[in-house]
Design a protein around this ligand. Structure first.
Ligand code: HEM
Length: 156
C-alpha cells in the first residue's frame, strides 16, 4: 500500500513540473555568462543577428528603420553581434574592435520614436522565432532588449 502523503507529494511535484516546465525549474539567465551560453555563444549570436537584419529587410513595419542603415550591412551586423556578446555576459568583443560604446549616444543622430523602437523589437522577435534557443530564453531576451531599445528612443 502507498502512503497517502507520498502520493500527495508526488501529485504536487507533478503539478509544479507542469506549471513551471521541468527543464526550467533551475534555469537562470543574466548571471555570469548564462545568457551568452543560452544564446549559443558568439556563433549563435551571429546567426541571430544575421536573421535579425534579414527580417528588417523583409518586414514592411521595419522599412523606415532599415533605410536608416548604412549600405555596409556586414559591418553593422558585426557591430551588433559583438555588442550582444558582451551585453549577454560573454567576451567584450565590441570594444575589442570598435572601442567603447553607449547605446543612447550611438543612436542620437537617428530619429527613434516608439514606432521605430517597436519595429526594431519586432525584427528581433521574428529573428528569435527561428533560433534553436529555449522558449523561455527567447522571451527573457526580448524583454531585456526592451531596455536598451527604449534607451535608444529620443522622440515621442
Ligand atoms: C530602438 C530601435 C533601434 C534602431 C532604430 C536602431 C538603429 C540603428 C542604426 C540605423 C544604426 C547605424 C547602423 C549603420 O550605420 O549601418 C545602429 C547602430 C547600432 N545599434 Fe541600433 N538601433 C536600435 C536599437 C538598438 C539596440 C536595442 C541595440 C543593442 C541592444 C543596438 C545596438 C547598436 C549598435 C551596437 C550599433 C553600432 C553603433 C556604432 O557604430 O557605433 N541598437 N542602430
Amino acid at each position: 500500500m502507498f502512503d497517502v502523503h507520498l502520493i500527495i507529494v508526488m501529485i504536487v511535484a507533478l503539478v509544479c513540473c507542469i506549471v513551471h516546465g521541468v527543464g526550467n525549474m533551475q534555469k537562470t539567465y543574466g548571471e555570469g555568462d548564462d545568457s551568452f551560453q543560452a544564446a549559443g555563444g558568439e556563433e549563435g549570436i551571429r546567426k541571430l543577428v544575421q536573421e535579425f537584419y534579414r527580417q528588417m529587410a523583409l518586414l514592411p513595419e521595419a522599412e523606415a528603420i532599415f533605410t536608416m542603415h548604412n549600405s555596409d550591412l556586414d559591418t553593422t551586423i558585426d557591430k551588433l553581434a559583438r555588442f550582444l556578446c558582451g551585453w549577454l555576459g560573454g567576451p567584450k568583443l565590441f570594444s575589442e574592435k570598435y572601442g567603447s560604446i553607449r547605446i543612447p549616444v550611438a543612436h542620437r543622430h537617428l530619429a527613434i520614436g516608439p514606432d521605430e523602437r517597436d519595429a526594431w523589437l519586432l525584427c528581433m522577435e521574428k529573428a528569435l522565432e527561428s533560433q534553436p534557443f529555449d522558449e523561455d530564453f527567447k522571451r527573457y531576451l526580448l524583454e531585456q532588449l526592451f531596455v536598451p531599445a527604449e534607451r535608444s528612443r529620443n522622440q515621442d
